[in-house]
Ligand binder design. Structure first.
Ligand code: MOS
Length: 768
């Protein structure tokens, strides 16, 4: 894997510079406008159809039976009572499940075929690997009947002692092979030596808890087998084509015989990107009962068979000169990855790219436990890694008696400190300056516990937000009709971010047509493959790059049609002499000369043209250090008597390249910040370290923020286009959550003088 990467990096370095995109910083079009979501009306009026809404004739309902032990064997499944229950159709277990192959884990060099969270075969033997694993599926005529019958299934186990205590097993941690194609350990200079010699040093350990996914839409599947042994699967997945390939792999089908549909997804956050057993079990149940089957997990079911964020234990050591130049940065972390999974929560990614320390060591180890596979959750490692790193920076700032923004300014790197490459575009300090100005940072008394309002202690905190740029290969198809209608098709999906809206804005600008002429069709694996639909904040850029290539091909094709007609004002025009506007192509240097698309197509006797094209390989992310950045500012009020923390003010100041649609982008930033406030103050999976069971498997006991927890959130952004990113835009979906927990912890310290180094910052940790 690393050899491949070296080859690609070498290729990337010698790549010729590409043509600048005329749309990169063009103003006056639809891009940059705060347009409403094209799917907003359908969503608020209830017309948008989500997976659980899919109604098919003769549909049966499935409910899972979960293991109550974390390790061992199933000795006996007694279904006799369930079989007598009304509406019962079938019980599927390892004793009668169809033969299912094990799905493959993530391979960063090839993500096109998707990736399973775990490579255990589903329901093929009697072995239990974690508490909550599905041990049987009950199918009945109605959901209620399936739930009732499932409650009557009695399973006997032979239990082994599970490995479930992180505390007991962390000494057995091993360095992970790689983390998303990056080495688990990176060394620059000699950080240990520099730390020992540093004028000022800090050494701190930070902990973050397990967290679970709580998208409003539960993981849902409707599977229907057809007579010719093809299968149609509606699923709440973030990765439509990945699921197509994985279902084909598991059921031993050719991928073209599997169709996966996900028109709307009610939140994903990473929890619907990897392939989970619910989708396999629904399709297997439908095969056995020879009817379409719907399987919607219960909220508890999501906790039991879908993984979440690994807990982390991170140590940050910083060495600096008295005037605050970093001489050593050491950031190490432990996370959990069970043996049947391959994903190490990348909590040590931020320190690889943020500060100009001469000596750096970052390293990650993983601990194997008998738990459900861990997975991605909005800015997976960057959010928890940033909490540790950005808390430590704040701690050092107090140690040095330097303003925390000033400390960051003194250590802003000119090049990527571990990769050695240039930044594609980095205006983090401008984001800090603009944020500080708007927030009124200069008015803050820097002394801890210096501000109060009655019983409320008041503090302000700041932290850096960081999330890397990912782009994946994508293909799109564009159909231009003589009446001026433009249809764009890509397998892509809409998990709530505004993808469809932004792509339509882009197409209208590139084609020079009114936005109402453009339709974007997505959410269906029969459409052109756009790789991972929604993950790594990559979808907008990945599709944008493919659309740029496709529209260029469309325009070249139209020019060649025009050149066949000597009367055409475009007959001799070259591609670089034309521009698209007024629903046609016109000469750049003589704006009166050109033809509408309609005229070109009619003259050529064509009703439409249809072109499919792929984007160039995403070399830019290897050539440059590419990331979205931001500065999070917050004010908290801490009740001196009860320890209660209220977030009173928030300002996020972001540097994510060009903002394509302020309305949808700001909504993404705000959503990320809200999720970050949850990480800071309330989210925590309570895990029983004796039995390996998640205790708080419901929204009643797992606390995400509600409206009253969230103040008005202000968002500003630099809006400086990144010339190396499609449309000048870097991702905005995940950056919002990063830096939030650290900003809160730093503000809590400023308010109270008490540093909390383990999340969430609940009131018990603040009672003096
Ligand atoms: Mo995101 S955690 O890559 O869906």
């Amino acid at each position: 894997m690393s050899v491949m990467r070296t080859v690609m990096e070498t290729v990337a370095r010698v790549m010729p510079a590409k043509e600048p995109d005329p749309l990169l910083d063009k103003s006056g079009g639809y891009l940059g406008q705060p347009l409403r979501r094209v799917d907003g009306h359908a969503k608020v009026t209830g017309q948008a159809r989500f997976t659980a809404d899919v109604a098919l004739d003769h549909l049966a309902h499935a409910v899972l039976v979960h293991s109550t032990i974390a390790k061992g064997r199933i000795v006996r499944i007694d279904a006799s009572a369930a079989e007598r229950a009304p509406g019962f159709i079938a019980l599927i277990s390892h004793e009668n499940a169809p033969k299912l192959k094990a799905p493959h884990l993530i391979n960063v060099m090839n993500t096109r075929t998707g990736f399973a969270a775990s490579d255990l075969p589903t329901m093929q033997d009697d072995v239990v690997h974690w508490d909550g694993q599905a041990v049987a599926v009950v199918v009945a005529e109605t959901l209620e009947q399936a739930e009732h019958a499932a409650s009557l299934v009695h399973v006997e186990y032979e239990a082994d002692t599970p490995k479930v205590s992180f505390e007991e097993l962390k000494a057995t941690a091993v360095v992970s092979d790689e983390i998303f194609g990056e080495p688990a350990e990176v060394t620059v200079g000699d950080a240990e030596k520099a730390l020992a010699q540093a004028e000022v040093a800090i050494d701190r350990v930070y902990r973050t808890p397990w967290e679970n996914h709580n998208a409003i839409e539960l993981h849902a599947t409707v599977a229907a087998w057809n007579d010719d042994d093809t299968v149609t699967v509606f699923d709440s997945t973030q990765f439509i084509n990945g699921y197509k390939h994985l279902l084909a792999e598991v059921f031993n089908l050719t991928p073209t015989n599997v169709r996966v549909l996900a028109g709307f997804v009610g939140g994903g956050f990473g929890g619907k990107a990897a392939f989970w057993t619910n989708t396999v079990l629904c399709a297997a149940a439908a095969k056995i009962v020879k009817r379409p089957v719907k399987l919607v997990l219960s909220r508890e079911g999501v906790y039991r068979i879908v993984g979440g964020r690994s807990l982390t234990e991170q140590r940050v050591q910083l060495g600096a000169t008295k005037d605050g130049q970093f001489t050593a940065l050491i950031h190490t972390g432990l996370t959990v990855t069970p043996a049947h999974a391959r994903y190490a929560e990348q909590c040590t990614f931020p320190p690889r790219h943020l500060y100009a320390a001469e000596n750096i060591f970052v390293g990650q180890k993983i601990v194997d436990l008998d738990v459900v596979a861990n997975t991605w959750m909005r800015a997976p490692g960057e959010s928890v890694g940033g909490y540790a790193l950005e808390s430590a920076i704040d701690e050092l700032a107090y140690e040095l008696n330097v303003d925390p923004i000033e400390l960051r300014r003194r250590n802003e790197p000119k090049k990527d400190p571990t990769k050695g490459t240039e930044f594609s575009s980095r205006h983090l300090l401008e984001a800090y300056d603009q944020g500080a100005e708007r927030f009124g940072w200069a008015k803050r008394d820097p002394r801890p516990r210096s501000q109060r309002d009655g019983k409320w202690l008041i503090g302000q905190g700041v932290a850096t937000a960081y999330y890397p740029v990912y782009r994946f290969p994508a293909t799109v198809r564009l159909r231009l009709s003589a009446d001026g209608a433009v249809l764009v098709q890509a397998v892509a999906n809409e998990i709530g971010g505004g993808t469809a809206t932004v792509q339509i804005q882009q197409v209208a600008d590139r084609m020079g047509v009114p936005i109402d002429n453009v339709r974007f069709q997505y959410g269906d694996s029969d459409l052109p493959d756009s790789s991972i639909a929604a993950g790594g904040s990559s979808q907008t850029g990945s599709i944008a790059a493919a659309l740029q290539a496709t529209v260029e091909k469309v325009h070249r094709q139209l020019l060649s049609l025009a050149s066949a007609n000597s009367e055409s004002p475009l007959a001799k025009a070259k591609y670089d002499q034309i521009e698209a506007r007024d629903a046609g192509l016109f000469l750049k240097d003589d704006r009166s000369k050109g033809q509408t698309y309609e005229a070109i197509l009619r003259a050529a006797g064509q009703d439409a043209i249809e072109i499919e094209a792929a984007a160039a390989q995403p070399m830019e992310t290897m050539q440059y250090s590419m990331a979205s950045y931001g500065a999070q500012f917050c004010e908290v009020r801490v009740n001196e008597v009860s320890g209660e923390v209220r977030v009173a003010r928030w300002l996020g100041s972001f540097d994510c390249g060009r903002i394509l649609n302020p309305k949808t982008a700001i909504s993404q930033f705000r959503g990320g910040i809200i999720m970050g406030i949850g990480m800071a103050l309330s989210e925590e999976t309570v895990f029983d370290e004796r039995r390996g069971r998640i205790v708080n498997r419901s929204l009643a006991e797992y606390h995400v923020p509600v409206n009253l927890d969230i103040p008005d959130i202000q968002v500003i952004y630099t809006n400086i286009p990144d010339e190396h990113a499609p449309l000048g835009a870097r991702g905005v979906g995940e950056i919002g959550i990063t830096g939030v927990a650290a900003a809160v912890a730093n503000a809590v310290f400023h308010a109270t003088g008490k540093r909390v180094r383990d999340l969430p910052i609940t009131l018990d940790k603040l009672l003096m």
